[in-house]
Design a protein around this ligand. Structure first.
Ligand SMILES: [Zn+2]
Length: 287
């Protein structure tokens, strides 16, 4: 859910050197070029972009699929001098300039994900637009279950949904301890939910995205840490307005560094819209 500019890569160059290192793919080159253009024109939407093998059974042969898998596997390491055409994918996986996972908003990232799964779409195995840096937990949660061909609700695309990703899309709801009146927050629970109206055209896609991409265990672990931190800080403020100002300042810094929709930003937004939670925190320093 975090915008990332797509890697500046000449995909046509990747195709152009197939004759040298992937001869099995040479006959597929014209179809790949067309498929790449189609992907870009339709922002990778699985509702519109269908696998080559759907349009024509056997278009990508088993041998060609194996070859494409091998090319992708080679991006795990820096390639030898004559195979440097895929080093960008290696760099994309290794780059540590993203403090949060672009797909789920979790802290850190150390995997590459095929936005359109390569099991269904082998033709996009090494297409730059289709390779998105992600964290390992959401990558394994999605597996091949998301963005299946004809899926009417494409996941949010960090490269192509940029404009919307610069506005607040998610917020953390902080639920009190079960059955407490008035509510207490000794061990609250956290839910990451859409911060946009159900009438918004993006709502259904976003809800599906959260369902498919957010690892609830990771989310709880990360937010429990943020929660403990603010429970320690809150009693130091004498008025609700001062506490809110401090949270807002941190929110702005967090957005600057990690984008509008990372988990910490969503949590801080959740605090700002919950004065009763803040008032409870101010009055109940952790023992
Ligand atoms: Zn993630």
């Amino acid at each position: 859910m975090i915008f990332v500019p797509y890697p500046r890569v000449k995909n046509s160059k990747t195709i152009a050197v197939f004759s040298v290192y992937a001869p099995a793919l040479v006959s597929l080159a014209p179809d790949l070029k067309k498929a790449y253009r189609n992907y870009r024109a339709n922002k990778g939407s699985p509702a519109v972009v269908l696998p080559l093998n759907y349009a024509q059974a056997g278009k990508v042969s088993p041998a060609q699929k194996t070859e494409l898998d091998k090319l992708y596997a080679s991006t795990y390491k820096k390639l030898k001098e004559n195979h440097r055409h895929l080093d960008w994918a290696y760099d994309l996986r290794k780059a540590d300039n993203l403090p949060y996972c672009p797909m789920c908003g979790n802290t850190g990232r150390d995997a590459l994900d095929h936005y359109l799964p390569k099991a269904d779409y082998p033709e996009f195995a090494v297409l730059s637009f289709n390779l998105v840096p992600t964290c390992t937990s959401c990558n394994s949660k999605r597996s091949n279950s998301a963005n299946a061909p004809r899926s009417p609700l494409p996941l949010i695309h960090p490269y192509f949904d940029g404009r919307r990703l610069s506005s607040p899309l998610v917020v953390v709801v902080i639920d009190p301890d079960k059955g407490t009146t008035p509510p207490t927050y000794l061990m609250p629970s956290f839910r990451l939910v859409p911060a946009i109206a159900p009438t918004d055209g993006l709502f259904a896609r976003l809800a599906n995205h959260l369902d498919k991409c957010v690892d609830d265990t990771q989310l709880r672990r990360w937010l429990t840490g943020r929660w403990k931190l603010w429970r320690l800080k809150a009693p130091d403020y004498s008025t609700l307005a001062e506490l809110r100002k401090a949270i807002d300042r941190e929110l702005q810094a967090e957005i600057d560094v990690g984008g509008m929709n990372n988990w910490t930003a969503a949590f801080l937004r959740g605090l700002l819209v919950s004065p009763s939670v803040l008032q409870w925190m101010m009055k109940h320093p952790p023992s």
